[in-house]
Structures are given as C-alpha cells and as structure tokens.
Design a binder for this molecule. Structure first.
Ligand code: FPP
Length: 246
C-alpha cells in the first residue's frame, strides 16, 4: 500500500516544492491514552522523523513545520519546559542523521525568547547542517505570522527612515524578502492534522495560494504514508492562482 502510494506520487509530473505542516493533536492523542500532554509531544517527535524521511523520498525541496507558536508561551510552565527538553532531545538525537541525509535545518521565529541551552542547541543544529542541499527543513518555534509581518514592516520603516529605501520601492517582493522565509518559495501545500479548520497565525502571507489539506489523523499517528496521501490529493487539484484554466 505504501509502496503503491510512493509510486503514485513519483508517477505524477509535478509535486509540491514546499510543504508546510501544522502539527496538531498531540494533547488529544495523550488524553486518549490517559497520559500527560508531554507524552503526546514526545510521540509527535517520531512523526517529525517520518515526514522528513517521507519528504526526502519524494524529493520535496522545502518542509516547514509549526512546532511552537508565540501563543504557546502562555501554556503551563511545565508543558513549555517539556517541549523545550524535547526540542533539545530531538536535536541531540537527530543531528548526525539529518546532516548525513543532506537536510539543512533552519529555525524560524523569535529565537531570542528561547532559554540559553535551547538556543545553543538550535544554533548548533543550524550550523552543523548548513551544507545540506537535499531538503530544507524549517522548524518554526516562537513563531507567529502577525509578529513576523510586524517585524518586516519595522525593518522596512527603519530602512526608509535611514534613507536606504525609497517607500515607492516597497512592493510584495520587498515584504517577502524581510520575512523569516525570505530564502524559500511560498508553500504549495498546507497540511493540518487533527481535523481543525484554522490557520492559527501560521504563514499568513506565504500561504496566499497554498492548497489546503486537513486530515483527522492526530499528529503522533501521522506517518510518511499520510504525507504521500496528501501529495496525491494535491496532484489532483487544479491550481489556477486566480486565473482560468485554458
Ligand atoms: C500541537 O498539539 C503541537 C504542539 C504545540 C507541539 C509540536 C511539537 C512536536 C511535534 C514535538 C517536537 C517537535 C520537534 C520539531 C522537536 P497540541 O498540544 O495543541 O494538541 P491538542 O490540540 O490536541 O491539545
């Protein structure tokens, strides 16, 4: 079944260059097993590994994962602590493998809010994988799309005030270049797990023309086959970007 899905993805001429994922449902997965929420996050780490391998197998170029939002700083301190510990565990455990697979990892978001040890870990993983060229893996932490757009606006205003930028030259490209995602094309496909029909302040600018795919599967149950199913569905869609098909 999964080999057939893989072949189906590969047979099709086009595939999404950039896939973004809102990884949701860890808490419900844990609750369903009468476990504390951090167990759901821990199980979700395995799904991260699955989608990285699934993306490599079908030559997706960019994978952007929403791991921790700005709003998540309002969760109970022990859950935040557990998430930060998991992040460090993920980095320590996966660094060598990610590097050998040719994955280049970047963390996008307000990294200044991270504690010193989490910050050191993310910096180390970014430096260690900086030569990877097979897959760009973006992990959004301490990320909020409105904050990202506010930051871009402030950067533009500062450049204009300093006389380095003519306000008449501010176009969509100028804004895109000041977002955390400046180096990447916009996502072609957004996947959200656990059935919720929301964007949750994720990549609001960048998702303007993305195809949306929502699955009821909870993130800790998400496997590479689920990624390929989403890609097969994407390949059936007719993307028109506001134009008509001729
Ligand atoms: C949403 O589930 C998920 C998160 C807030 C955290 C995502 C983290 C991971 C998948 C694990 C670690 C990831 C990396 C990259 C190391 P939720 O808690 O909002 O679930 P709920 O909606 O069911 O309560």
């Amino acid at each position: 079944m999964s080999d057939e899905l893989l072949r189906q993805v590969q047979r099709h001429g086009s595939r999404p260059a950039h896939i973004a994922i809102i990884m949701d449902g860890n808490g419900r997965w844990a609750r369903g097993r009468a476990l504390p929420r951090p167990f759901g996050h821990k199980a979700g780490m395995q799904s991260v590994r699955e989608v990285v391998e699934g993306a490599l197998a079908v030559e997706v170029e960019v994978l952007t994962l929403f791991a921790f939002s700005q709003e998540n700083w309002q969760r109970p301190a022990d859950e935040i602590g557990a998430l930060m510990d998991l992040l460090k565990e993920y980095i320590a455990r996966e660094m060598a493998e990610l590097e050998s697979q040719g994955v280049r990892v970047r963390f996008l978001g307000d990294l200044d809010r991270l504690g010193p040890s989490a910050r050191a870990s993310v910096d180390q993983l970014m430096a260690q994988t900086s030569r990877g060229s097979k897959l760009a893996l973006n992990i959004c932490i301490s990320y909020g799309s409105r904050a990202e757009l506010t930051r871009a606006t402030r950067l533009l205003a500062e450049e204009a005030a300093a006389g380095r930028l003519d306000p008449a030259d501010i176009d969509e490209e100028a804004i895109s270049r000041r977002l955390y995602t400046a180096d990447f094309p916009d996502p072609d496909l957004l996947i959200r797990t656990s059935g919720e029909l929301r964007l949750s302040n994720f990549l609001l600018w960048q998702l303007a023309y993305a195809e949306l795919y929502v699955t009821p599967v909870l993130w800790p149950d998400f496997r590479r086959q689920h990624l390929w199913e989403a890609i097969v569905e994407y390949q059936r869609r007719d993307r028109r970007f506001g134009k008509v098909t001729v």
